[in-house]
Design a protein around this ligand. Structure first.
Ligand code: UDX
Length: 439
């Protein structure tokens, strides 16, 4: 199948390479020349485990990259994978990249082509796009993406589920929708053959599935972080609490890790855009709880700065703080709305001398926060530090030796922002150990 992928970020680049690895003939398009130049040289333009190997293994004839949107002509299926960031100063999603992508491909579409929306959009957007495409003879399918950064290749080739939102008439897929489904089944023949569940529905449901899933995940994280606040008020331990409630299979232990909370390019902006859309639809009350989810999440960052102040006996002014981690989560170089960087910047603004390190994200972090200091290794960052903050739980930080680290710091104060260290081990090595939601 000839496929085009428009937008080669964390989602699109992985999607393009994955589809080529399944034997499809793929052209990936992006406006970012540096990104396309890297991909043309078979280099991944960002850190994503497994992507370089997959890029290297795909047949040259099956994968091309370009900045020229006209190259999508001749493809039968066009995946729209561009970003939908939060609008500046508002909760709404900024749809300008989706609109530009569609405006750019429209003249190259042929009747019978299928345009597949993967970007996360406010419910109602697909209906509008379908209307705009009607004169081309192409059909729109909404096919939300659920990939996690760090596991993007695995999640693209072996997703938990596949969702198609088709054009419908009285709840039944239109003939064009049914034809589009046949084409998409061919694209996803390999994962479908694995027995991966396929949910075929309408546009509205397909768009909602994505934001509903992300809202649920964000709520789960903020729930356990709210419990962490209760634990702090009562002397209880949120990690033991999470283990105990997580044994109930109806609750489950995954996504119950308390700490600095969620960040990244998806959860924070998706719940905000969802609230904004609910307001437009006149049902804001239904999502009012997401305001609390957001508030609990942001409070954790403030609380972490307070903890640093507590271990420094009331003031962080002039204190050296080493922040281990800049990425919003391990196995990623993505620093969009990173809790680690947000806390680092706050402490710096409040007078601390902050040095940040990260195995993969220093370049992106430096571009976003040029005023912070950066180090290549945890040891370099920790030298003469008064406080160490573990902010992103990379394996190499979880495995740090408290005795060796204790030799190079000025004071043995460790703040465990992700609740991944063993307090007893660190305390036995002479450290003051503090964490969110733990005694
Ligand atoms: C998320 C969704 O998981 C994915 O399905 C969707 O397609 C895009 O958004 P991603 O942004 O890659 O994926 O990250 P995810 O693994 O969900 O983590 C999000 C944030 O939550 C991270 O900052 C992580 O540190 C935090 N988190 C996660 C917690 O604080 N506690 C947890 O228990 C789990």
């Amino acid at each position: 199948m000839r496929i085009s992928v428009i937008g080669c970020g964390y989602l699109g680049a992985v999607h393009a390479v994955s589809m080529a690895s399944l034997g499809h003939e793929v052209v990936g398009v992006d406006v970012d020349e540096a990104k396309i130049a890297a991909l043309c040289e078979r280099r991944a333009p960002f850190y994503e485990p497994g992507l370089p190997e997959l890029l290297g293994s795909v047949d040259d004839d099956l994968l091309t990259w370009t900045t020229d949107l006209a190259q999508v002509a001749g493809a039968r299926v066009h995946f729209v994978c561009v970003g939908t960031p939060q609008m500046h100063g508002e909760f709404r999603a900024d749809l300008r990249y989706v609109e530009a992508a569609l405006a750019g491909i429209t003249e190259h579409l042929a009747p019978g082509d299928v345009v597949v929306g993967k970007s996360t959009v406010p419910v109602g957007t697909a209906e509008r796009i379908a209307e705009d495409l009607s004169s081309t003879g192409a059909t729109l399918v909404w096919n939300p993406e659920f990939l996690r950064e760090g596991f993007a290749v695995q999640d693209t080739l072996h997703p938990d589920r596949i969702v198609y939102g088709l054009p419908t008439n009285d709840g039944v897929a239109t003939p064009a929708g049914q034809a589009a489904r046949v084409l998409l089944d061919e694209v996803y023949a390999a994962p479908l053959a694995e027995g991966i569940p396929l949910i075929v529905t309408d546009y509205a449901t397909a768009q909602l599935v994505k934001v509903a899933a992300n809202s649920f995940l964000a709520t789960k994280i903020s729930f356990i972080n709210a419990m962490a606040e209760l634990c702090e008020a009562t002397g209880a331990d949120v990690t033991a609490l999470a283990d105990a409630i997580g044994h109930d299979v109806r609750i489950g232990r995954r996504f119950l890790n308390a700490g600095l909370g969620f960040g990244g390019g998806c959860l924070p902006k998706d719940i905000r855009a969802f609230m904004a859309r609910a307001g437009e639809l006149g049902v804001f009350d239904a999502l009012r709880f997401l305001q609390e989810v957001d508030a609990v999440n942001m409070r954790r960052r403030v609380r972490m700065v307070d903890l640093a102040r507590e271990v420094c006996h009331g003031s962080i002014v002039g204190r050296r703080v080493a922040v281990l981690g800049a990425a919003f989560k391990p196995s990623s170089d993505d620093v969009r709305d990173s809790p680690a960087l947000s806390v680092a910047a706050q402490m710096q603004l409040q007078g601390a001398r902050v040095t940040v390190t990260d195995p993969q994200a220093v370049a992106n972090a430096r571009a976003a926060w040029p005023d912070l200091s950066f180090a290549d290794t945890p040891e370099e960052a920790a030298r003469d530090a008064d406080v160490i903050l573990l902010a992103t739980e990379w394996p190499e930080y979880r495995d740090l030796d408290p005795h060796a680290l204790g030799e190079i710091v000025a004071q043995r104060h460790i703040l465990d922002g992700r609740n991944v260290l063993d307090p007893a081990t660190w305390r036995a090595a002479g450290w003051t150990y503090r964490a969110l939601g733990r005694p």
